[in-house]
Design a protein around this ligand. Structure first.
Ligand code: BG6
Ligand code: MG
Length: 212
C-alpha cells in the first residue's frame, strides 16, 4: 500500500530532541529567559530561527537582528557539542531492524527533517547509507508545519505523496504530513485527536506492525 516511509530525525530516529532542549535551556539561562519542557515541545519540528522567535514571544521580549544571529550561533555551538558525543550504539535496538525490514519489503526510505545538522547526525550514527534520500533544513525555505520538507523527500524518492507514510514526534510534523497528503504515524505522542487517520506507535517494533 505504501511505497515509501519518511522518518523525522530528531526525536524519532534518535534522541537529539533532548540535546535541543539542553542547548536552548543553556542559552535561555545565559540570557535570563524563561524556558521549560512545555515551551520546548512547541519547538519540535520548527526551524532554529522560528524556535528562537517562539522563545522570545514566550518571554514577551525581542532581540535585534545581530543578537538573534549571535544567539542562534551559540545555541548551535552547544548543540553540536552534544552531537560530537553521539555514537552508533545510541540508536535504540529496534531502529535498524525495522529499517532493514522495510527495505527488504521494497519500501524506499527517507529522512524528512527541518534540521540543518541532519547529515552530521546521520554520519555520527553511521546510518547515512541506510536512507535512499535525505531532505533537511538546508533544502527548504519553510519548516514544518509547511509540507515542503516531506514533498522534497517524496520527490527525491520519486514517490507519490499519497503512497508515502511519515513517522513524526511533533504536532508541526503531523500537520506537515497531512498537508502533503501523506499518511502519518505519531511517534511517542499522547493519544489525543491529531486528525483523521493518524496512527500511533511508541517504538519501532510497533511501527513495523502498523506497516505490515
Ligand atoms: C527539528 C527539531 O528537527 O530541527 C527542532 O525538531 C529544531 O527542534 C530544527 O529547531 C532545526 O534544527 P537545527 O539542527 O537546524 O538547529
Ligand atoms: Mg522530531
Amino acid at each position: 500500500m505504501y511505497t515509501a516511509c519518511i522518518f523525522d530525525l530528531d526525536g524519532v530516529i534518535c534522541h537529539t530532541d533532548e540535546f535541543h532542549f539542553l542547548a536552548w535551556k543553556r542559552l535561555c539561562d545565559t540570557l535570563g529567559l524563561r524556558f521549560d519542557r512545555s515551551v520546548n515541545n512547541l519547538l519540535r519540528g520548527v526551524s532554529r530561527r522560528e524556535s528562537l522567535e517562539i522563545i522570545l514571544r514566550h518571554n514577551n521580549t525581542s532581540l535585534d537582528e545581530k543578537d538573534i544571529h549571535g544567539a542562534m550561533e551559540k545555541k548551535n555551538e552547544w548543540y553540536r557539542e552534544y552531537l560530537e558525543r553521539m555514537v552508533p550504539s545510541d540508536l535504540e535496538d529496534d531502529v535498524l531492524p525495522l529499517l532493514s525490514d522495510l527495505k527488504g519489503r521494497g519500501m524506499k526510505l527517507a529522512i524528512g527533517s527541518s534540521s540543518r545538522n541532519a547529515r552530521l547526525i546521520l554520519g555520527r550514527l553511521g546510518i547515512m547509507d541506510v536512507f535512499d534520500a535525505v531532505a533537511d533544513g538546508t533544502m527548504i525555505s519553510h519548516s514544518k508545519p509547511h509540507p515542503q520538507v516531506f514533498l522534497v523527500a517524496a520527490s527525491l524518492l520519486d514517490a507519490e505523496p499519497s503512497r508515502c507514510v511519515v513517522v513524526e514526534d511533533a504536532h508541526a510534523g503531523i500537520q506537515a504530513a497531512q498537508s502533503a497528503g501523506m499518511a502519518c504515524i505519531a511517534y511517542r505522542l499522547p493519544n489525543d485527536d491529531l486528525g483523521k487517520g493518524v496512527l500511533h506507535a511508541s517504538n519501532f517494533t510497533e511501527i513495523g506492525k502498523l506497516l505490515k
